[in-house]
Design a protein around this ligand. Sequence first.
Ligand SMILES: [Zn+2]
Ligand SMILES: [Zn+2]
Length: 301
Amino acid sequence: MRELTVLGTASQVPTRHRNHNGYLLRWDDEVILFDPGEGTQRQMLLAGLAVSPITRICVTHFHGDHSLGLPGIIQRISLDKVPHPVAVHYPAGGQEYFDRLRHATSFWDNSDVRPEPVGAGFVVETPIGRLTALPLRHSIEAYGYRLVEPDGRRMLPDRLAERGIVGPAVGELQRTGRLGAVTLDEVSAPRPGQRFAFVMDTGLCDEVFDLAERADLLVIESTFLAQDAELAAFVGHLTAGQAASVARQSGVRTLVLTHFSQRYPDATRFLDEARTQFEGEIVIAEDLMRIGVPARAQVLA
Ligand SMILES: [Zn+2]
Ligand SMILES: [Zn+2]
């Protein structure tokens, strides 16, 4: 299963309807928590999610709305005696903030939390693909994340049947690329890997486009509306229109807008402005919403 659960969608301060940030990506056996803001542990409870499956935590930057939930999540990992290691990525320049949050209060530490700070050229191979980070343009050091599943091949049942290839022979063909006179290419089609991108607090910069490039699912901040574009640029944030324009130019499939300023009570305005820039699927994120990674793009043989 590949699905994003939205835990919080507010920038700066939580509101009655929006918690601070928090996004849980389940991608097969990997469960990645992005930007746990204050209250993330309780939002997970309300979403019916346990902390124990989390395999990795990615923090874009050390502003409170993206990281004040770390102490609670780490202590819960410890309390629940999560047996596997949990890698935590965060801007290397924010090490002192991480150290404080990691040990914010006294607790009996059973966790196997493994700090893996992010710097220039960060890349890590995970069981589900390559995770990279690129710097964003914000008031403090910040990174966006991008997860890319390797391309593969999709077996075509009709072609296999035509050639009488069944059972274990299919596996052998996949492993060796050839079975007698039949090659893998003849009975399979390219299967493009899926891509997920996570872009939080940033002004517009090349890296935003690089992160979003052909993402099946892009989660991107949309703090402001066009009426406040000057302010957005000044403080290092995006408008809904800018975020949607990134999605269009980068060939994104599903666009998730979030991190809304509390100054706008009507979230439909974000959709209206985004719609002028992007024709694909747009989701205006709400707390506790579940968003499926769209079905794999099919490439015909
Ligand atoms: Zn923020
Ligand atoms: Zn910020």
